[in-house]
Design a protein around this ligand. Structure first.
Ligand SMILES: [Zn+2]
Length: 262
């Protein structure tokens, strides 16, 4: 498979310290055309930018994950603002609400979710949304803040078909990764079947959430073909079409249209 667009990975993570360069340099020869590396904490913002500066096929999303927002202050938020304006920063993220880990008070998560949504609006960049065990609050905030005017992706989508449709109506893409290969992922499989391919982007969330047959191991973009195969089987279309359409979707999502080869 060629021309695969990896919309969500964390290659600055310490899991890649031993072989990062070798792995990243192998991606283009293995059909991975473009990667967006996603910052998730204050510390990962400079390391994400460094990867985007080093490799022409890597772009950056700049933001602070909800569980890390306890570290944010007005002062260091100016770094987020500044780095999000980097020429290779294509989105604000990942940002959102996470009630699974609950490491940061919900009121704090909500405050910085709103601030980062407003930053995206100001910079005219799409949102990369992380929502875990917080479906209703995420949707309520996104509606109240009129995120349909900003757009973006709901990464690692894990909610109902109904909610996927609602996000699509708001102009968002649905991020699908390794979970779609899991036997017990009944609802996600249903989501993939029910929503148009034109609203799906593919992702790994590396180093997390490796697809079957690597479930539980370190994930990387080289495993995206397993996600492509699962989607093609669910939608009864060719793998080539899944790759081609999701690649186009990702270019539209991250507004890299001018770099779309066709
Ligand atoms: Zn992530």
């Amino acid at each position: 498979m060629e021309h695969i667009f990896e919309t969500h990975a964390h290659y600055d993570d310490e899991w890649f310290h031993e072989d990062r360069e070798k792995l990243l340099e192998s991606l283009p020869d293995n059909g991975i055309e473009t990667v967006v590396n996603i910052a998730a904490s204050l510390d990962s913002i400079p390391t994400t930018i460094a990867l985007a500066e080093k490799y022409d096929y890597i772009y950056a999303a700049i933001g602070v994950h909800p569980s890390e927002t306890k570290d944010l202050t007005e002062e260091n938020f100016s770094i987020v603002r500044q780095m999000a304006q980097h020429e290779k920063a294509v989105a604000v993220g990942e940002i959102g609400l996470d009630y699974y880990w609950d490491e940061t008070e919900r009121s704090v998560q909500k405050y910085w979710f709103e601030r980062q949504i407003e930053l995206a609006r100001e910079l005219k960049k799409p949102l990369v949304i992380h929502s875990r065990d917080a479906a209703k609050d995420t949707m309520d905030m996104m509606k109240a803040l009129h995120t349909e005017e900003i757009g973006g992706v709901i990464h690692c989508f894990s909610n109902s078909v109904e909610m996927a449709r609602e996000y699509i109506k708001m102009g968002f893409y649905i991020g699908v990764g390794g979970v779609v290969t899991f036997k017990n992922a009944r609802i996600l499989k249903e989501v993939v079947q029910e929503i148009p391919l034109e609203r799906i982007v593919i992702e790994t969330d590396s180093p997390y959430l490796a697809p079957v047959p690597y479930r539980g191991k370190r994930n990387c973009s080289l495993y995206l073909p397993y996600v492509v195969t699962a989607i093609s089987e669910l939608k009864q279309i060719s793998e080539e079409e899944v790759v081609r359409i999701t690649n186009k979707n990702a270019h539209d999502l991250y507004r890299l249209e001018d770099k779309w080869p066709n």
